[in-house]
Design a protein around this ligand. Sequence first.
Ligand code: LLP
Length: 387
Amino acid sequence: MKEITHLTNLHTPCYYYNIELLRKTIGKVKAELVKYPGFQVHYAVKANANPVLLKLISRAGLGADCVSGNEVERAVECGFTPDRIVYAGVGKNDQEIKTALNADIFCFNSESLPEIQVIDEIAAASGKKARIALRVNPNINARTHHYITTGIEENKFGIYLYDLEQVIEESLRLPNIELIGLHFHIGSQITDMSVFRSLCLKVNEIQQKLKNRGIVFPHINFGGGLGIDYDHPYREPIADFENYFATFARFFEASPYQQVHFELGRSIVAHCGDMVSKVLYVKEGRNKKFVILDAGMNDLLRPALYQAFHKIENISSNKPEEKYDVVGPICESADCFGKDVTLNGTSRGDLFVIHSAGAYGETMASRYNLRDLPATYFSGPASESDS
Ligand code: LLP
């Protein structure tokens, strides 16, 4: 990076979004979707719910994947049409269910019979019919970080395969429920396409079993999960959408007229956002030097929570490289962005960029220690018209 001029006046810590890169990324997604007419992408709002980004994504024609009533409302406010909104979550409360029914969203992704029964009751009371896709736990290991693996039996997510036929049978009996599909999501930050291939083969098997019983759903939703290259944010800032969609086109045997849905989050927004932070102090121990930033784990939680790697750069310095532990100001040992990071010689006031923080950065920020939430800035001319 090392282009510093446009960043010097920012209030730090902040998220800095590269709108041009976001446009290019969405352009690539759309170019791939043109190849596969039955495929649709619902952007996973949980990855980044900033209205500027959401408006851009909705205008590009993608749908939204929400996980709370507030996300459904935000998505509608930011221009996503309800017929492209899906709503997932392992436990939706009554008010959230009402919100989604009133908005007339395309589909609930539901994970348990008790929840489906409640949706049925609430739909009856509001004189509506709820479209539902059953989230199935296919027992496939995404081989990603333990905390972001969701599709194996030890996880709380989804209907287990041994329960599926019974849940389908009972749901079909509910008068205010229309079962329209199956939903899967096996984890996040998956870069090995063979994992998605295994998912396709498993879904083929499940579909075949159901077909033998005369059940074919018009919609299959594969969730999200496509990973990005955190090690090299400059080398390939756009995720491998080509290979991703091609894997599903090749290995998933869709039934005639079946629509195939995806819920991509990270791969759309991660690289377009950086965290910019200022060095408060450099503290020298006997064997170590610490860079203490003005950003903390409350601003960007991923390194503390998942030991996630984000590339860190000192964009103010050209001094000879040294090794530092890069930490935040919060009284927690986990408040560390990187250990033994090689950086140009660092002093108080230098600006740091923590790369690829556009996904699960701003949305996971908190006010822990009563700190202010990080500021947000947008590069390029899009920011004025899109804000
Ligand atoms: N659909 C469902 C049902 C999900 O649970 C998720 C993410 C997605 C779609 C979007 O997945 P993506 O395309 O972004 O991988 N906070 C963690 C990631 C948690 C992901 C939770 N579910 C992190 O910072 O790595």
